[in-house]
Structure formats: C-alpha cells, structure tokens
Design a protein around this ligand. Structure first.
Ligand SMILES: Cc1ncc(C[n+]2csc(CCOP(=O)(O)OP(=O)(O)O)c2C)c(N)n1
Length: 583
C-alpha cells in the first residue's frame, strides 16, 4: 500500500486534527522547510527564538538546517538580541516566537527596533488559517498589534508564497530607512506543501527609496556652508546606518566644522576628535547645546530632531540657523523642524557629493567662541573620594582594547556611559535610544557578542534594568558568552529618582529597590564569576580581573543613589536652560 497516499487521505478526514496532519506532513517539502531554505539563502546564520505549539513543524525542520538557533529565556530578549546583532554586524537580525503569548512578548522588542531604525525580521507562529479570528488557543492578531511599530508585515496564507515573502521582508527591513518586518506563520501553512523556488529579485512597485541626493540641493547646501559664519553638524544614527562616517569625517575636516551627535550618532566621529563638541540634548554637553542655539547653519545628517534633543520646543531650537536636513526617509524632512534645504538620500552618497562641492567657510571667531565654552563648561565631575560612576567608565576606556563594544541598559548609567566612555568607532556603542527600554542591555549584549565573538563586550547596566532581563544570565552561560557586566548598583531607579529630586522637590516615590539580591551570589548560582567593588582603589583590579577571566563576569559597583547625571536640560525647557548643578 502507498503509505504517503494513505496518510494524505487520512489527513483529509475531518476527524483528523491539524496536529496529526502536521506530523504526517513531516516528510514532505513543507512550509517550514521552505522557510529555513530561504533564510539560508538570505545568508542567515543565527536565529534567536523560543519554541511553542504553533511552531512544531518549524522546530522539527530546524534540526536538519544549517542555521544555528539560540534559545534566550524570554521572547522579548530574542528581539533585543537580534536587534543588537543587526546593529553590530550590519546584517538583518532574525528572531522567532510562537503564537499568542510568545508573539505578544516580542512587542516591546519590536518597538525598540522600530524607534532606532534597526533591520530585524520577526517570525511569529500563528494559529492555523481556519482558526483565525475565532479566539482559538494562543491566538493574537500580532500583525494588527504591531502595525504601527513595523515597517511592514505579512500574514502568510499560502505556503508557496514563503520564498517571495521572505525575500521581500529582508529587502524591506534592510534597505532605505531600515526597520523591523514581521512575518506571521500559521501552523497549517508551516505543514503544507511548499515551493522551493527562490526568487532572484524583489519586485515591489509600491516600495521606493532615494539613494542619490538631488545635485542642485547639494550644491545649494555647499554654497550655504561656504557662506556661513557659525556652522554646526548635527549627526545621528543615520550616519552609522549608511556607513557615512568617513564621508562625515572628510567633510568636517575639509571645512573644519564642529560636530555634535545624538545618542544614536555616538561613534559617527571618534569622541576624541578635536571637532567633536559632544552629545547634544538632555544630557549633552553645554557647548554642544549652546552651539546649536547659536549656530547660523545646522547641517543635520541622519537625525530626526527627537524631543530628547529639541526638548520638544521646535520654536526655540536652532532659531538663528538655516537648516540643511539630509535623510533617506522623506517623511522625516519637515516632520519636526522646517528644513531650508532638504536633501533626501543616503547619507554616505550625499556626503561624498557634498565633499566635492564644499569649500571651507571663514569661521575662526566661531571656533574661538566654541573653545571658550568648552573651557568654561568642561564635561567632568568632582571625584569625592567615593566610587563615582564616571571613574568606572573612564577606567573601562583606559583598560579595554579599541575594538571593544559597549552595550548599555537604560537609566543614569546609560547617560554616564554615553558621556564618559571614549567611543572611537561606529557600531561600538549599542544602546536603546528612541524607546529607552530597560531590560534591553543583557540580551543586546548577547546579540552583540554573537556578532563579534572575539571582541570584548561590556554591558553597562543598573540594578533596575538588569532585573528586567536577569534570566538571560542563563543564556550567556549556555552559549559561553564572555560578556563583562558592569553593574552600577545604587539600590534605586536612579534616573527617575534624579528627576524626582530635581523636578519634584525630592518627593521620592516608588524608586527604592529594597529587596535587591546579592548580584554576585546570584550570578554565582548561574555559574558566573563576579566581584563586588565599593571604593575607587578597587576599580582597576576588578576591571582587569573581569577582562582576564574566561567567560562571563559581573562587577557589582556600589554607587551612591545621590549621584546625578549632569548636565541636565529638563524636558520642556529650552536647550540653553541647562542645569549644571551641584550633586
Ligand atoms: C521598561 C521600562 N520601564 C520603565 C522605564 C522608566 N525608567 C527610565 S530610567 C528608569 C530607572 C532605571 O534604573 P536602573 O536600571 O537601576 O538605572 P539607574 O538609573 O539607577 O542607573 C526607569 C524606571 C523605562 N525606561 N523602561
């Protein structure tokens, strides 16, 4: 008897469940196998995922695939890890979760990638097509839920569409302004007969992006630069995404113009470059903020005039300046600040063209003013004999090799890292900027370490943030990832406490983390070595020990809850209303 035929007959019997049909389909070339084949052809080496009932066929097929599957301990972590992997490797990150709770757990991670324009393909299991819309077990409408936080999404209804959809998803995620693309995969589609034809090209009529900027607008911008007396470059994450660091450096060195960066733009120019005035915005340097306020020409490259920079006060931001805005996403032009000279295009290509046309403006008096501000308002801190967080970051910079990657969580520690770690290159400083997601750090450090297995990866975190993804210590151990965790342990939700202290007259509300574990002991329970440090003299020894110890390591630095991040421009105040303040 023809067994396969018989199985097919049985599978059509209404009494036979989809589960039975799925296991009968295991031997055929099904949607799951087609999916993995096309992912392989897209060059995917790693998937961060978490299994479940809707993905049984896919996890079965994974056993025969060359793709390596990494199992974090939470689906949110799978997205953060894929996100950081993409930020560091420059490839599209891939993550996977089952239907319902698995997919829903990914929402914060997807929003995080969306806000920072990171290319991630998210694969979610879904209930079988005949159950869609029936509130069936573990059903959520994940394409609906994530509509505003994805660049695009697909619900696959025919297994034969899988190769085309995957090809399109990678193309959309990784081109133009990058972002997350979700593919929802119903259970029966994963088990259904599929096609192994892989399209060589993407044909998407409705998806277009500009790469080359308009030559006339670039010429106009170069003319404006040559005539300006007080120009400033405002560089963002777009510079790094388009790998325009060299173009930026060539331009600002040729024309000798000062540069400020956003949080996402850290690394677009080495922090030690003489033209670098530091980060701009809420916790930026005073000089960077005064420069924006005073400049007559603002050359904004790959930025979105985020309210962390503008304080949400567009009528008070760079009011004396002619604005040149270079961005690949036309929707960003004029969204917040009106651009006098808009240039839609890829920053790298635009800057190459700009360089050819640029001539240096006469700006010696401007530089004298900037240098005077830098002298008057240096970014520093007063060592007070205690363990100041800034010291730790300076020591990390001194002791770590140049190819080190620094991943941060969210809070005061993030801002101290942005201010005091000497970042020398693009893709070295990985942080959750737009969404500000506590709990991003540890899974992101995992993704970063997978992207660059031979480089030192530091995670700078806080006791609040770390506890939002502490379970990922197990993942670091399981995959022998030698991440060095630098914990700034102040016993409080420091950044919120700081705002309550400064803006709410020290009326502290719900910021005390009273039942913190002993983090060194906790790490030890996972098999991770660690040290606790509470005085400045121990910093160097602890960091050296962490770096030299094989495998993951935690240094638990006890810092005072009274430490504050300065300067501080409170939200809703003009960027010149900077609190320098005393601690
Ligand atoms: C998921 C999430 N919840 C809440 C917040 C609001 N928030 C921003 S910073 C912060 C405190 C962070 O505390 P910790 O990680 O200990 O870092 P610290 O500021 O003390 O350095 C909070 C609660 C957030 N950013 N993300």
């Amino acid at each position: 008897m023809d067994q396969t035929k018989d199985e097919k007959l049985i599978a059509r019997d209404p009494e036979i469940t989809w589960e039975d049909e799925e296991s009968l389909a295991r031997d055929t070339y099904n949607g799951a196998k087609a999916l993995l084949d096309v992912l392989e052809q897209e060059g995917v080496e790693l998937i961060f995922g978490y299994p479940g009932g809707s993905l049984l066929a896919l996890y079965d097929a994974l056993l025969d695939s060359s793709i390596r599957h990494i199992l974090p301990r939470h689906e949110q972590s799978a997205v953060h890890a894929a996100d950081a992997y993409a930020r560091v490797s420059g490839k599209v990150g891939v993550c996977l979760a089952t239907s319902g709770p698995g997919a829903a757990n990914m929402v914060t991670g997807i929003a995080n990638a969306y806000m920072d324009s990171i290319p991630v393909v998210i694969l979610t299991g879904q209930v079988s097509t005949h159950l869609l819309g029936t509130d069936s077990f573990q059903e959520v409408d994940i394409t609906g839920i994530t509509m505003p936080i994805t660049k695009h999404s697909y619900l696959v209804k025919d297994a034969r569409d899988i190769p085309r959809i995957v090809k399109e998803a990678f193309y959309i995620a990784g081109t133009g302004r990058p972002g997350p693309v979700l593919i929802d995969l119903p259970k029966n589609i994963m088990a259904a007969d599929a096609s192994d034809s892989y399209p060589s090209k993407v044909a998407l009529k409705s998806y277009k992006f500009f790469t080359k900027g308009n030559a006339g607008q670039i010429a106009e911008a170069a003319k404006a630069l040559a005539q300006s007396k007080k120009p400033v470059v405002y560089a963002g994450g777009g510079v790094i995404t388009s790998r325009a660091e060299k173009g930026l450096r060539d331009l600002i060195e040729k024309a000798n113009i000062p540069v400020v960066t956003t949080l996402m733009g850290i690394g677009s120019l080495p922090s030690t470059h003489p033209n670098h005035l530091g980060m701009v915005g809420m916790h930026g340097t005073i000089t960077a903020n005064l420069a924006i306020d005073e400049c007559d020409l603002l050359l904004a490259i790959g930025v979105r005039f985020d309210d962390r920079v503008t304080s949400g006060l567009k009528h008070r931001f760079a009011t004396k300046a002619k604005v040149i805005h270079i961005d690949i996403d036309p929707a960003e032009i004029g969204k917040v600040i009106r651009a006098n000279i808009p240039i839609v295009g890829d920053a790298k290509l635009v800057l190459e063209e700009f360089l050819l046309k640029a001539s240096p403006p006469e700006i010696d008096p401007w530089w004298m003013k900037l240098r005077a501000w830098q002298k008057q308002y240096p970014l520093g801190y007063e060592p007070d004999g205690h363990l100041n967080p800034q010291m730790i970051l300076e020591a990390m910079g001194k002791l770590s090799p140049e190819d080190t990657i620094v991943v941060t969580d969210v809070g005061q520690h993030q801002m101290w890292a942005a201010q005091f770690y000497p970042v020398t290159r693009a893709k070295q400083f990985i942080t959750s900027a737009g969404l500000g997601t506590m709990g991003f750090g540890l899974p992101a450090a995992i993704g970063a370490q997978f992207a660059e297995p031979d480089n030192l990866v530091f995670l700078v975190t806080g006791d609040g943030s770390l506890q939002m993804s502490i379970h990922e210590l197990a993942t670091a151990v399981q995959y022998a990832l030698p991440i060095k965790i630098i914990l700034m342990n102040n016993g409080v939700l420091g950044m919120v406490r700081q705002m309550q202290k400064v803006l709410f007259n020290e009326r502290f509300s719900q910021i005390q983390l009273d039942a913190n574990p002993d983090f060194v002991k906790l790490a030890d329970a996972y098999g991770i070595k660690g040290l606790r440090v509470d005085s400045p003299e121990q910093i160097e020894y602890a960091l050296k020990t962490a770096i030299e110890t094989k495998g993951p390591f935690i240094v638990d630095f006890t810092i005072s809850p009274d430490e504050v991040v300065l300067p501080f421009v409170p939200a809703g105040q003009g960027i010149t209303e900077i609190l320098e303040g005393e601690k």
